[in-house]
Design a protein around this ligand. Structure first.
Ligand SMILES: NC(=O)CC[C@H](N)C(=O)O
Length: 278
């Protein structure tokens, strides 16, 4: 956390539903990482077998339907190109920045429905085997939110879609509130690292500011991931540099920890981008 006061945040109409930030499915979620580390050397040797598409698309704030259509179109292209996984920018479905739309429960419910709809449409088209990672708005505390009065709070969420369903989610932990960013005011920070298994590799999920601050990289590395997948929404800024590898800054590498970034492939646009570190 940034240590800022949250007193000024607005939390109106906090109704929402969707997948929780806990373990969603066997093989996905936080864990000790010990067993995953065991086969890491072999998996890394075959990392080239995992084909990842980076779909750096333009999205429109509030246009859930249009953004979902774009996700489907670019997922099809990724599958045609032989990708195992396609990654989209931060807040893909909702657009970025959504500002006070995050506070509307009806919008969060619609965003969840849009993600579920993307999942089922992909499966209907025979693309359920493609793993799709995209950004959207989530809701913390939706276990309580599913029945009766909804106490969920908006989160900046990455979701993983596979086999016709939303199978995992990760809530961004560091919420920037400087410059053009206005996230701390509207979102609840996540606290749980998240990994997903794709093609026998363990992928750690993070969102943008998470790699600019200490903590999240080390936490997900401790789960034993082979690769970090970071959804970004970064404006073009004259002289802006890619962040220094925070895995080494966040905590000294240990023998059991995957080695810090060996490559950095990131692209930035005026709207949003997605970066993959391996
Ligand atoms: N969306 C974000 O979290 C972006 C913050 C990041 N520090 C940047 O400037 O790109």
């Amino acid at each position: 956390m940034t240590g800022e006061s949250r007193a000024g945040r607005q939390r109106r109409d906090p109704a929402a539903r969707g997948p929780g930030s806990g373990r969603d499915r066997a093989g996905i979620g936080p864990g000790s990482g010990g067993d995953r580390r065991a086969g890491r050397a072999g998996r890394l040797a075959n990392m080239a077998d995992l084909r990842i598409a980076l779909a750096q698309i333009d999205t429109c704030v509030g246009d859930l339907e249009g953004n979902a259509d774009a996700v489907l179109a670019w997922s099809r292209r990724a599958a045609e190109a032989g990708a195992d996984l396609v990654a989209f920018p931060e807040m893909t479905l909702t657009g970025y920045p959504i500002e006070d739309l995050a506070l509307r429960g009806s919008f969060r419910r619609a965003a969840w429905d849009a993600a579920a709809d993307v999942a089922s449409r992909l499966a209907q088209e025979g693309l359920g085997g493609l793993t799709v990672v995209l950004g959207t708005v989530g809701s913390a505390g939706e276990g309580r939110a599913l029945v009766g009065e909804d106490h969920g709070l908006p989160t900046n969420r990455a979701v993983v879609i596979a086999d016709g369903a939303v199978v995992a989610s990760y809530d961004k932990q560091h919420l920037p509130n400087y410059g053009v960013f206005d996230e701390f005011r509207i979102f609840e920070p996540g606290s749980e690292p998240r990994t997903v298994e794709v093609g026998g590799r363990t992928i750690g999920l993070l969102v943008c500011e998470d790699i600019w601050q200490d903590g999240p990289v080390a936490a997900v590395a401790d789960l034993g991931c082979d690769l970090l997948l970071v959804l970004n929404g970064s404006p073009y800024e004259e002289g802006k540099e890619a962040p220094a590898p925070t895995s080494s800054r966040a905590a000294p590498p240990r023998s059991t920890r995957p080695s810090p970034t060996s490559t950095w492939s990131a692209a930035r646009t005026t709207s949003s981008s997605t970066a993959v570190r391996s």
